[in-house]
Design a protein around this ligand. Structure first.
Ligand code: ZN
Length: 373
């Protein structure tokens, strides 16, 4: 099986998050054949595959085999799990995020002489990146590795980082993500009796205005300023003549390292309490921001991209959250490099065959530089 055939085979598995559905069964024997020792580390309902070869400093490729749901299948130009190739493009759910990266890395490994390797190379794959990553257990796997004196020093994540051309952008950090759920408690009643009601919808106006206009920080040279967005507002009884008893707002912060989770929370509470008395507020921290300061892995990746594609890559911290956030607190240098992200999570997700080959060549060059460093 060649790179393209293997990628198609992986894409035909309907591994909708948080299920692996047999992707590991396809990958594991290939790694064993290359001399890797492999281990399944499962927590709750989530499967993880860890494989390693060599000893010493640990260079780990991080990936996930799960994909997001397809959305309406009839909107796709082809079956999202058929992995058809048309005009040198593979269209399938997971083609860009990120089964192609996994197979590119695997075939990069096949392409180098591992007998010369005197360092540790590992692969960590999870089946729950796209879903609720709390059971996603990358953290638990990392704890287990650390206990066995097997901490990861360098992490290359295959997340789709590229913008217009393969390799034009890599991620060396990500913003934090903090979600909140605010319930404004009012008093239900007839719209014709304003003195008998407390209207939570009208009370929400001031709070929304202040939170949306507020400057949370200025960001810094590596991060844009912290942003606030509302994703949902819900109120109303269904009747046009009734003031509802409460209103619920769901919101999210994407935050830079210039502000902390606690500082954001305190500011939000201040704004709320300036406006209303009765409310309930729940928080969920999805991710803290991280940033890779050290240059060792960054330089290797940047040079390999230049060598293979001629592109001077941009290192940035954009995009949503990624599993890189679990690696960084464990002391790993994290760089994310993968396919163009324009079609991820969308109808007709795809990757160009050329890009799959180029990605493999870049990964191969990164591995060689690491081994020879
Ligand atoms: Zn992904």
């Amino acid at each position: 099986m060649n790179l393209i055939e293997f990628t198609q085979k992986l894409l035909r598995i309907q591994s909708i998050t948080p299920r692996d559905m047999g992707c590991f069964d396809l990958i594991e024997p290939e790694l064993k054949e290359l001399g890797f020792s492999t281990k399944r580390i499962n927590y709750l309902n989530v499967e993880n595959l860890y494989a390693e070869i060599g000893s010493g400093e640990n260079f780990c490729f991080l990936g996930h085999t799960d994909v997001v749901p397809t959305g309406p299948v009839e909107s796709w130009s082809c079956d999202p799990f058929a992995a058809e190739i048309k005009e040198n493009v593979i269209t399938a759910r997971g083609a860009a995020d990120m089964k192609s990266s996994i197979s590119a890395f695997l075939f990069a490994l096949k392409d180098i002489d591992l007998s010369k390797n005197r360092k540790k190379i590992s692969i960590l794959l999870t089946s729950n990146e796209e879903g609720d990553a709390k059971d996603g257990t990358i953290e638990k796997v990392l704890d287990e590795l650390k206990q066995n004196n097997n901490a990861i020093n360098y992490c290359l994540a295959g997340e789709p980082s590229s913008k217009n051309e393969l390799g034009d952008t890599v991620r060396i950090g990500r913003r934090g993500s903090l979600s909140g759920s605010l319930t404004i408690i009012g008093k239900q009643g007839h719209v014709a009796y304003p003195s008998d009601v407390v209207n939570p919808i009208m009370l929400s106006g001031g709070i929304i205005k202040e939170l949306s206009e507020k400057q949370w920080d200025q960001g810094n040279e590596n991060f844009p300023p912290t942003s606030f967005q509302i994703s949902n507002i819900n109120a109303g009884t269904g009747a046009k003549n009734v003031v509802p008893g409460d209103l619920k707002i769901e919101f999210n912060f994407r935050f830079s390292p210039e502000i902390t989770e606690d500082e954001i929370k305190a500011e939000v509470v201040k704004v709320i309490e300036e406006n209303i008395k009765n409310y309930e507020l729940d928080w969920e921290l999805n991710a803290n921001p991280f940033y890779t300061e050290k240059l060792f892995l960054r330089n290797i990746v940047t040079k390999s991209i230049k060598k293979i594609t001629g592109i001077n890559t941009i290192e940035d911290t954009g995009g949503g959250t990624s599993d890189g956030r679990f690696m960084h607190p464990h002391g790993a240098e994290v760089v994310e490099l993968g396919p163009i992200n324009a079609s991820i999570h969308k109808i007709d997700e795809h990757i160009k065959i050329d890009h799959l080959e180029v990605l493999k060549d870049i990964y191969r060059d990164i591995l060689i530089s690491y081994i020879e460093s």
